[in-house]
Design a protein around this ligand. Structure first.
Ligand code: XUL
Ligand code: CO
Length: 446
Protein backbone atom coordinates (compact mmCIF):
# COMPACT_ATOMS: atom_id res chain seq x y z
CA UNK A 1 0.00 0.00 0.00
CA UNK A 2 1.43 3.40 -0.95
CA UNK A 3 0.46 6.61 0.69
CA UNK A 4 -0.46 8.72 -2.27
CA UNK A 5 -4.02 9.46 -1.16
CA UNK A 6 -3.05 10.49 2.36
CA UNK A 7 -6.04 12.81 2.89
CA UNK A 8 -8.32 9.78 2.62
CA UNK A 9 -6.90 7.51 5.29
CA UNK A 10 -9.84 5.14 5.68
CA UNK A 11 -11.81 3.01 3.23
CA UNK A 12 -14.91 4.93 2.15
CA UNK A 13 -17.94 3.71 4.09
CA UNK A 14 -21.70 3.78 3.66
CA UNK A 15 -23.28 6.26 6.10
CA UNK A 16 -26.76 6.71 4.62
CA UNK A 17 -28.62 9.61 2.94
CA UNK A 18 -28.58 11.79 6.07
CA UNK A 19 -24.79 11.82 6.31
CA UNK A 20 -22.98 15.09 5.68
CA UNK A 21 -19.60 13.39 5.38
CA UNK A 22 -18.44 14.19 1.84
CA UNK A 23 -16.16 11.15 1.85
CA UNK A 24 -18.92 8.66 2.71
CA UNK A 25 -21.45 6.88 0.52
CA UNK A 26 -24.99 8.03 1.03
CA UNK A 27 -26.65 5.48 -1.28
CA UNK A 28 -24.06 2.87 -2.29
CA UNK A 29 -24.27 0.14 0.34
CA UNK A 30 -22.38 -2.72 -1.36
CA UNK A 31 -24.06 -5.54 0.57
CA UNK A 32 -27.61 -4.17 0.52
CA UNK A 33 -29.87 -6.68 -1.20
CA UNK A 34 -32.04 -5.26 -3.97
CA UNK A 35 -34.29 -7.98 -5.42
CA UNK A 36 -32.17 -11.08 -5.97
CA UNK A 37 -28.70 -9.49 -5.75
CA UNK A 38 -26.65 -7.09 -3.69
CA UNK A 39 -25.96 -3.58 -4.96
CA UNK A 40 -22.37 -4.57 -5.68
CA UNK A 41 -23.52 -7.57 -7.74
CA UNK A 42 -26.06 -5.55 -9.71
CA UNK A 43 -23.82 -2.63 -10.55
CA UNK A 44 -20.39 -4.31 -10.88
CA UNK A 45 -18.70 -0.91 -10.88
CA UNK A 46 -15.18 -0.29 -12.18
CA UNK A 47 -12.64 2.54 -12.15
CA UNK A 48 -10.79 3.21 -15.40
CA UNK A 49 -7.02 3.39 -15.34
CA UNK A 50 -6.63 5.83 -18.22
CA UNK A 51 -8.48 8.99 -17.21
CA UNK A 52 -7.83 8.53 -13.51
CA UNK A 53 -4.12 7.63 -13.48
CA UNK A 54 -2.68 8.05 -16.93
CA UNK A 55 -4.09 11.36 -18.02
CA UNK A 56 -2.10 14.40 -16.85
CA UNK A 57 -5.02 16.81 -17.19
CA UNK A 58 -3.98 18.29 -20.52
CA UNK A 59 -6.38 19.46 -23.22
CA UNK A 60 -5.85 20.60 -26.82
CA UNK A 61 -4.89 24.07 -25.62
CA UNK A 62 -3.09 23.42 -22.38
CA UNK A 63 -0.66 21.20 -20.54
CA UNK A 64 -1.31 18.76 -17.75
CA UNK A 65 -2.57 20.25 -14.49
CA UNK A 66 -2.77 17.15 -12.28
CA UNK A 67 -0.53 15.98 -9.52
CA UNK A 68 0.53 12.61 -11.03
CA UNK A 69 4.21 12.25 -10.10
CA UNK A 70 4.59 8.93 -11.95
CA UNK A 71 4.04 10.70 -15.29
CA UNK A 72 7.24 12.79 -15.02
CA UNK A 73 9.36 12.41 -18.17
CA UNK A 74 12.67 11.75 -16.40
CA UNK A 75 11.58 8.59 -14.52
CA UNK A 76 12.60 5.07 -15.44
CA UNK A 77 9.44 3.89 -17.30
CA UNK A 78 8.96 0.50 -15.60
CA UNK A 79 9.54 1.97 -12.15
CA UNK A 80 7.09 4.79 -12.92
CA UNK A 81 4.53 2.23 -14.11
CA UNK A 82 4.88 0.36 -10.81
CA UNK A 83 4.41 3.55 -8.78
CA UNK A 84 1.32 4.38 -10.81
CA UNK A 85 -0.04 0.87 -10.27
CA UNK A 86 0.47 1.07 -6.52
CA UNK A 87 -1.41 4.40 -6.39
CA UNK A 88 -4.19 3.01 -8.59
CA UNK A 89 -4.71 -0.03 -6.36
CA UNK A 90 -4.55 2.13 -3.26
CA UNK A 91 -7.39 4.12 -4.79
CA UNK A 92 -9.47 1.08 -5.82
CA UNK A 93 -9.09 -0.45 -2.38
CA UNK A 94 -9.95 2.69 -0.41
CA UNK A 95 -12.93 3.40 -2.65
CA UNK A 96 -14.17 -0.17 -2.25
CA UNK A 97 -14.85 -0.60 -5.95
CA UNK A 98 -15.00 -4.24 -7.08
CA UNK A 99 -13.42 -3.84 -10.57
CA UNK A 100 -11.08 -1.80 -12.73
CA UNK A 101 -10.42 -1.54 -16.50
CA UNK A 102 -7.24 -0.77 -18.44
CA UNK A 103 -5.66 -0.23 -21.85
CA UNK A 104 -2.37 -2.09 -22.41
CA UNK A 105 -0.50 1.21 -22.78
CA UNK A 106 -1.99 2.65 -19.57
CA UNK A 107 -0.23 0.03 -17.50
CA UNK A 108 2.87 -0.75 -19.55
CA UNK A 109 5.39 1.46 -21.34
CA UNK A 110 5.63 0.66 -25.06
CA UNK A 111 9.44 0.58 -25.13
CA UNK A 112 11.35 0.75 -28.39
CA UNK A 113 10.31 -2.52 -30.07
CA UNK A 114 7.40 -4.91 -30.22
CA UNK A 115 9.38 -7.46 -28.20
CA UNK A 116 9.94 -4.88 -25.47
CA UNK A 117 6.29 -3.82 -25.51
CA UNK A 118 5.23 -7.46 -25.10
CA UNK A 119 7.72 -8.13 -22.30
CA UNK A 120 6.74 -4.94 -20.44
CA UNK A 121 3.05 -5.78 -20.54
CA UNK A 122 3.60 -9.34 -19.37
CA UNK A 123 5.88 -8.23 -16.56
CA UNK A 124 3.49 -5.57 -15.32
CA UNK A 125 0.57 -8.01 -15.61
CA UNK A 126 2.39 -10.15 -13.05
CA UNK A 127 2.45 -7.13 -10.74
CA UNK A 128 -1.23 -6.48 -11.41
CA UNK A 129 -2.03 -10.07 -10.49
CA UNK A 130 -0.31 -9.56 -7.12
CA UNK A 131 -2.23 -6.33 -6.43
CA UNK A 132 -5.50 -7.99 -7.46
CA UNK A 133 -4.86 -10.94 -5.19
CA UNK A 134 -3.99 -8.65 -2.28
CA UNK A 135 -6.95 -6.28 -2.66
CA UNK A 136 -9.62 -8.58 -4.13
CA UNK A 137 -10.23 -6.05 -6.93
CA UNK A 138 -11.15 -7.79 -10.21
CA UNK A 139 -10.72 -6.88 -13.87
CA UNK A 140 -13.95 -5.87 -15.61
CA UNK A 141 -12.21 -5.57 -18.97
CA UNK A 142 -8.96 -5.02 -20.77
CA UNK A 143 -8.46 -3.32 -24.11
CA UNK A 144 -5.64 -2.44 -26.49
CA UNK A 145 -4.87 1.17 -27.26
CA UNK A 146 -5.15 1.02 -31.06
CA UNK A 147 -5.55 4.75 -31.59
CA UNK A 148 -2.69 6.58 -29.85
CA UNK A 149 0.47 5.70 -31.79
CA UNK A 150 1.02 7.50 -35.13
CA UNK A 151 1.07 4.13 -36.94
CA UNK A 152 -2.67 3.96 -36.26
CA UNK A 153 -3.48 7.44 -37.54
CA UNK A 154 -5.39 5.98 -40.54
CA UNK A 155 -6.95 3.17 -38.52
CA UNK A 156 -5.82 -0.13 -37.04
CA UNK A 157 -7.89 -2.93 -38.63
CA UNK A 158 -9.20 -0.51 -41.27
CA UNK A 159 -5.78 0.85 -42.23
CA UNK A 160 -4.97 0.90 -45.97
CA UNK A 161 -1.70 -0.86 -45.08
CA UNK A 162 -2.06 -4.54 -44.08
CA UNK A 163 1.16 -4.29 -42.05
CA UNK A 164 -0.63 -1.94 -39.66
CA UNK A 165 -3.46 -4.48 -39.41
CA UNK A 166 -0.88 -7.13 -38.52
CA UNK A 167 0.73 -4.92 -35.87
CA UNK A 168 -2.69 -4.20 -34.34
CA UNK A 169 -3.58 -7.91 -34.34
CA UNK A 170 -0.34 -8.76 -32.53
CA UNK A 171 -1.03 -6.05 -29.94
CA UNK A 172 -4.57 -7.31 -29.39
CA UNK A 173 -3.31 -10.87 -28.96
CA UNK A 174 -0.97 -9.69 -26.19
CA UNK A 175 -3.74 -7.76 -24.47
CA UNK A 176 -6.26 -10.61 -24.76
CA UNK A 177 -3.69 -12.99 -23.26
CA UNK A 178 -3.18 -10.68 -20.29
CA UNK A 179 -6.91 -10.02 -19.86
CA UNK A 180 -7.51 -13.77 -19.86
CA UNK A 181 -4.68 -14.39 -17.39
CA UNK A 182 -6.07 -11.78 -14.99
CA UNK A 183 -9.59 -13.26 -15.08
CA UNK A 184 -11.04 -10.35 -17.08
CA UNK A 185 -14.82 -10.45 -17.39
CA UNK A 186 -14.82 -8.91 -20.89
CA UNK A 187 -12.50 -7.74 -23.63
CA UNK A 188 -13.37 -4.40 -25.28
CA UNK A 189 -12.63 -2.98 -28.74
CA UNK A 190 -13.25 0.72 -29.16
CA UNK A 191 -12.62 1.70 -32.78
CA UNK A 192 -11.37 5.20 -32.19
CA UNK A 193 -9.58 5.34 -35.56
CA UNK A 194 -11.77 2.80 -37.36
CA UNK A 195 -13.52 5.34 -39.54
CA UNK A 196 -12.55 8.08 -41.95
CA UNK A 197 -11.82 11.77 -42.36
CA UNK A 198 -12.65 12.04 -46.07
CA UNK A 199 -14.23 9.69 -48.60
CA UNK A 200 -11.86 11.10 -51.21
CA UNK A 201 -9.15 8.74 -49.98
CA UNK A 202 -11.26 6.03 -48.33
CA UNK A 203 -12.51 2.70 -49.67
CA UNK A 204 -15.33 2.35 -47.20
CA UNK A 205 -16.50 -1.04 -48.37
CA UNK A 206 -13.03 -2.55 -48.16
CA UNK A 207 -12.48 -1.07 -44.69
CA UNK A 208 -15.69 -2.65 -43.39
CA UNK A 209 -14.51 -6.05 -44.67
CA UNK A 210 -11.16 -5.54 -42.92
CA UNK A 211 -12.93 -4.69 -39.67
CA UNK A 212 -15.19 -7.74 -40.04
CA UNK A 213 -12.13 -9.93 -40.61
CA UNK A 214 -10.34 -8.47 -37.60
CA UNK A 215 -13.25 -9.09 -35.30
CA UNK A 216 -13.60 -12.64 -36.56
CA UNK A 217 -9.93 -13.23 -35.78
CA UNK A 218 -10.45 -11.80 -32.27
CA UNK A 219 -13.39 -14.17 -31.69
CA UNK A 220 -11.43 -17.16 -33.06
CA UNK A 221 -8.58 -16.33 -30.73
CA UNK A 222 -10.91 -16.00 -27.75
CA UNK A 223 -12.09 -19.58 -28.33
CA UNK A 224 -8.57 -20.77 -29.02
CA UNK A 225 -7.34 -19.65 -25.58
CA UNK A 226 -10.56 -20.57 -23.79
CA UNK A 227 -11.36 -17.03 -22.68
CA UNK A 228 -14.86 -17.09 -21.19
CA UNK A 229 -15.36 -13.34 -21.03
CA UNK A 230 -17.46 -11.39 -23.53
CA UNK A 231 -16.02 -9.58 -26.55
CA UNK A 232 -17.51 -6.08 -26.64
CA UNK A 233 -17.58 -3.37 -29.30
CA UNK A 234 -17.89 0.16 -27.94
CA UNK A 235 -20.02 2.29 -30.28
CA UNK A 236 -19.12 5.93 -30.84
CA UNK A 237 -20.30 7.97 -33.84
CA UNK A 238 -17.35 10.31 -34.29
CA UNK A 239 -14.34 11.81 -32.47
CA UNK A 240 -11.51 11.41 -33.12
CA UNK A 241 -12.51 10.65 -36.73
CA UNK A 242 -15.25 12.44 -38.64
CA UNK A 243 -17.17 9.19 -39.00
CA UNK A 244 -16.67 5.98 -37.04
CA UNK A 245 -18.03 2.66 -38.32
CA UNK A 246 -19.30 1.49 -34.91
CA UNK A 247 -21.72 4.41 -34.91
CA UNK A 248 -24.33 3.20 -32.41
CA UNK A 249 -25.90 -0.03 -31.11
CA UNK A 250 -28.13 -0.52 -34.11
CA UNK A 251 -25.36 -0.09 -36.67
CA UNK A 252 -23.07 -2.36 -34.61
CA UNK A 253 -25.77 -5.02 -34.72
CA UNK A 254 -26.08 -4.73 -38.49
CA UNK A 255 -22.29 -4.98 -38.78
CA UNK A 256 -22.16 -8.04 -36.51
CA UNK A 257 -24.89 -9.77 -38.50
CA UNK A 258 -23.16 -9.01 -41.78
CA UNK A 259 -19.96 -10.64 -40.55
CA UNK A 260 -21.64 -13.55 -38.76
CA UNK A 261 -20.79 -12.36 -35.24
CA UNK A 262 -24.15 -11.48 -33.70
CA UNK A 263 -23.99 -14.40 -31.27
CA UNK A 264 -20.36 -13.78 -30.35
CA UNK A 265 -19.99 -10.06 -29.72
CA UNK A 266 -21.98 -7.59 -27.63
CA UNK A 267 -21.71 -3.84 -27.05
CA UNK A 268 -20.26 -1.64 -24.34
CA UNK A 269 -22.54 1.39 -24.34
CA UNK A 270 -21.13 4.69 -23.19
CA UNK A 271 -23.56 7.35 -22.04
CA UNK A 272 -21.76 10.27 -23.70
CA UNK A 273 -21.26 8.28 -26.93
CA UNK A 274 -25.00 7.63 -26.99
CA UNK A 275 -25.78 11.32 -26.76
CA UNK A 276 -23.15 12.15 -29.42
CA UNK A 277 -24.95 9.77 -31.79
CA UNK A 278 -28.15 11.73 -31.24
CA UNK A 279 -29.72 9.10 -28.99
CA UNK A 280 -30.70 8.98 -25.35
CA UNK A 281 -28.65 6.60 -23.20
CA UNK A 282 -31.75 4.51 -22.55
CA UNK A 283 -32.40 4.26 -26.29
CA UNK A 284 -28.98 2.71 -26.84
CA UNK A 285 -29.54 0.24 -24.01
CA UNK A 286 -33.04 -0.68 -25.15
CA UNK A 287 -31.88 -1.13 -28.75
CA UNK A 288 -28.95 -3.31 -27.70
CA UNK A 289 -31.25 -5.38 -25.47
CA UNK A 290 -33.78 -5.76 -28.29
CA UNK A 291 -30.97 -7.05 -30.55
CA UNK A 292 -29.61 -9.37 -27.83
CA UNK A 293 -26.23 -7.60 -27.66
CA UNK A 294 -26.38 -5.61 -24.41
CA UNK A 295 -23.04 -6.22 -22.72
CA UNK A 296 -21.66 -3.50 -20.47
CA UNK A 297 -21.74 0.26 -19.83
CA UNK A 298 -19.26 3.12 -19.67
CA UNK A 299 -20.94 5.46 -17.22
CA UNK A 300 -20.40 9.15 -17.69
CA UNK A 301 -22.32 12.14 -18.98
CA UNK A 302 -21.87 14.80 -21.62
CA UNK A 303 -22.84 18.43 -21.71
CA UNK A 304 -26.02 19.38 -23.55
CA UNK A 305 -24.34 22.27 -25.31
CA UNK A 306 -21.02 20.68 -26.23
CA UNK A 307 -20.68 18.40 -29.23
CA UNK A 308 -17.81 16.33 -27.92
CA UNK A 309 -17.05 13.68 -25.36
CA UNK A 310 -16.72 15.53 -22.05
CA UNK A 311 -16.67 12.30 -20.01
CA UNK A 312 -18.05 13.90 -16.84
CA UNK A 313 -19.00 11.85 -13.82
CA UNK A 314 -22.67 10.83 -13.81
CA UNK A 315 -24.78 12.87 -11.41
CA UNK A 316 -28.28 12.67 -12.81
CA UNK A 317 -30.48 10.14 -11.02
CA UNK A 318 -33.23 10.88 -13.56
CA UNK A 319 -31.08 9.90 -16.53
CA UNK A 320 -29.43 6.92 -14.88
CA UNK A 321 -32.67 5.51 -13.41
CA UNK A 322 -34.09 5.14 -16.90
CA UNK A 323 -30.84 3.52 -18.04
CA UNK A 324 -30.67 1.07 -15.13
CA UNK A 325 -34.35 0.31 -15.72
CA UNK A 326 -33.54 -0.89 -19.25
CA UNK A 327 -30.68 -3.01 -17.90
CA UNK A 328 -32.90 -4.62 -15.25
CA UNK A 329 -35.69 -5.21 -17.80
CA UNK A 330 -33.12 -7.05 -19.91
CA UNK A 331 -32.27 -9.29 -16.93
CA UNK A 332 -29.31 -7.32 -15.54
CA UNK A 333 -25.61 -7.61 -16.29
CA UNK A 334 -23.95 -10.98 -16.76
CA UNK A 335 -20.26 -10.29 -17.47
CA UNK A 336 -20.85 -6.52 -17.87
CA UNK A 337 -20.87 -3.73 -15.34
CA UNK A 338 -20.62 0.04 -14.97
CA UNK A 339 -17.16 1.35 -15.79
CA UNK A 340 -16.47 4.96 -14.88
CA UNK A 341 -14.96 6.11 -18.18
CA UNK A 342 -14.89 9.53 -16.60
CA UNK A 343 -12.50 12.42 -16.21
CA UNK A 344 -12.11 15.00 -13.54
CA UNK A 345 -12.37 18.56 -14.78
CA UNK A 346 -8.93 19.97 -15.46
CA UNK A 347 -9.14 22.29 -12.46
CA UNK A 348 -9.90 19.49 -9.99
CA UNK A 349 -6.30 19.13 -8.95
CA UNK A 350 -6.52 18.03 -5.32
CA UNK A 351 -5.72 14.35 -4.81
CA UNK A 352 -9.01 13.64 -3.08
CA UNK A 353 -11.04 15.10 -5.99
CA UNK A 354 -10.82 11.64 -7.54
CA UNK A 355 -12.64 10.26 -4.49
CA UNK A 356 -15.36 12.88 -4.49
CA UNK A 357 -15.96 12.28 -8.19
CA UNK A 358 -16.28 8.50 -7.90
CA UNK A 359 -18.30 8.63 -4.68
CA UNK A 360 -20.83 10.89 -6.43
CA UNK A 361 -20.96 8.60 -9.46
CA UNK A 362 -21.36 5.45 -7.36
CA UNK A 363 -24.09 7.04 -5.24
CA UNK A 364 -25.90 8.19 -8.39
CA UNK A 365 -25.88 4.65 -9.79
CA UNK A 366 -26.88 3.09 -6.46
CA UNK A 367 -29.84 5.42 -6.06
CA UNK A 368 -30.79 4.86 -9.70
CA UNK A 369 -30.72 1.12 -9.08
CA UNK A 370 -33.19 1.56 -6.22
CA UNK A 371 -35.48 3.66 -8.41
CA UNK A 372 -35.27 1.27 -11.36
CA UNK A 373 -35.84 -1.77 -9.18
CA UNK A 374 -38.87 -0.21 -7.48
CA UNK A 375 -40.39 0.74 -10.86
CA UNK A 376 -39.91 -2.77 -12.20
CA UNK A 377 -41.17 -4.44 -9.05
CA UNK A 378 -44.24 -2.21 -8.88
CA UNK A 379 -45.00 -3.19 -12.46
CA UNK A 380 -47.12 -0.14 -13.26
CA UNK A 381 -44.94 0.96 -16.20
CA UNK A 382 -44.67 -2.55 -17.64
CA UNK A 383 -48.42 -2.96 -17.22
CA UNK A 384 -49.08 0.27 -19.10
CA UNK A 385 -46.69 -0.73 -21.86
CA UNK A 386 -48.07 -4.22 -22.37
CA UNK A 387 -51.63 -2.90 -22.14
CA UNK A 388 -50.83 -0.58 -25.03
CA UNK A 389 -49.96 -3.57 -27.25
CA UNK A 390 -52.65 -5.95 -25.95
CA UNK A 391 -54.33 -6.05 -29.37
CA UNK A 392 -51.36 -7.95 -30.78
CA UNK A 393 -51.77 -10.87 -28.40
CA UNK A 394 -55.06 -12.27 -29.76
CA UNK A 395 -57.57 -11.75 -32.57
CA UNK A 396 -56.55 -9.49 -35.44
CA UNK A 397 -53.04 -8.73 -34.12
CA UNK A 398 -52.15 -12.40 -33.67
CA UNK A 399 -53.62 -13.20 -37.10
CA UNK A 400 -51.39 -10.56 -38.75
CA UNK A 401 -48.28 -11.81 -36.97
CA UNK A 402 -48.93 -15.44 -37.80
CA UNK A 403 -50.39 -14.94 -41.27
CA UNK A 404 -53.82 -16.35 -40.42
CA UNK A 405 -57.38 -15.40 -41.41
CA UNK A 406 -57.80 -11.71 -42.22
CA UNK A 407 -54.12 -11.17 -41.38
CA UNK A 408 -52.84 -13.47 -44.11
CA UNK A 409 -52.05 -10.85 -46.76
CA UNK A 410 -52.61 -7.27 -47.87
CA UNK A 411 -55.54 -8.57 -49.90
CA UNK A 412 -57.25 -10.28 -46.96
CA UNK A 413 -56.67 -7.21 -44.80
CA UNK A 414 -58.25 -5.13 -47.56
CA UNK A 415 -61.32 -7.37 -47.46
CA UNK A 416 -61.44 -7.24 -43.67
CA UNK A 417 -61.31 -3.44 -43.55
CA UNK A 418 -63.92 -3.18 -46.30
CA UNK A 419 -66.25 -5.72 -44.68
CA UNK A 420 -66.08 -4.29 -41.19
CA UNK A 421 -65.74 -0.59 -42.11
CA UNK A 422 -62.79 -0.55 -39.72
CA UNK A 423 -62.10 2.94 -38.33
CA UNK A 424 -59.74 2.63 -35.35
CA UNK A 425 -60.02 5.33 -32.67
CA UNK A 426 -56.70 6.93 -31.57
CA UNK A 427 -55.71 6.24 -27.97
CA UNK A 428 -53.65 8.62 -25.81
CA UNK A 429 -49.95 7.81 -25.37
CA UNK A 430 -50.12 9.37 -21.87
CA UNK A 431 -46.47 10.40 -21.93
CA UNK A 432 -46.73 13.18 -19.34
CA UNK A 433 -48.62 10.98 -16.91
CA UNK A 434 -45.94 8.31 -17.27
CA UNK A 435 -43.17 10.87 -16.75
CA UNK A 436 -44.89 11.99 -13.56
CA UNK A 437 -45.04 8.38 -12.43
CA UNK A 438 -41.27 8.03 -12.86
CA UNK A 439 -40.75 11.18 -10.81
CA UNK A 440 -42.89 9.73 -8.05
CA UNK A 441 -40.61 6.68 -7.83
CA UNK A 442 -37.57 8.96 -7.68
CA UNK A 443 -39.14 10.99 -4.87
CA UNK A 444 -40.08 7.96 -2.79
CA UNK A 445 -37.01 5.80 -3.00
CA UNK A 446 -35.10 5.23 0.24
C1 XUL B 1 -13.12 6.91 -25.80
C2 XUL B 1 -13.50 5.79 -24.92
C3 XUL B 1 -12.43 4.81 -24.60
C4 XUL B 1 -12.89 3.39 -24.53
C5 XUL B 1 -11.77 2.39 -24.35
O1 XUL B 1 -14.14 7.77 -26.09
O2 XUL B 1 -14.61 5.71 -24.47
O3 XUL B 1 -11.86 5.20 -23.41
O4 XUL B 1 -13.78 3.22 -23.49
O5 XUL B 1 -10.83 2.46 -25.36
CO1 CO C 1 -15.53 4.36 -23.13
Amino acid sequence: MTDFFTTVPEPVRFEGPESDNPLAFRWYDADRVVGQKTMAEHLRMAVCYWHSFNWPGNDVFGDGTFDRPWLAADLEPMEAARTKMAAAFEFFEKLGVPYFCFHDHDVAPTGSSFAEETANLNELADDMAVHMERTGVGLLWGTARLFGHPRYMAGAATNPNPEVYARAAAQVKNCMDVTHRLGGQNYVLWGGREGYETLLNTDLSRELDQLGRFLNQVVEYKHHIGFHGTILLEPKPQEPTKHQYDYDSQSCFAFLQRYGLEDEVKVNIEVNHATLSGHDFQHELAMAAACGILGSVDANRGDDRLGWDTDQFPNSVEEMSLGVYEILRAGGFTTGGFNFDTKLRRMSIARDDLFHAHIGGMDTLARSLLVAHSMLEDGVLEGRRSGRYAGWETGLGADILHGNGPGASLGSLHHFVGDTELDPAPISGRQEELENLVNRFIERVR
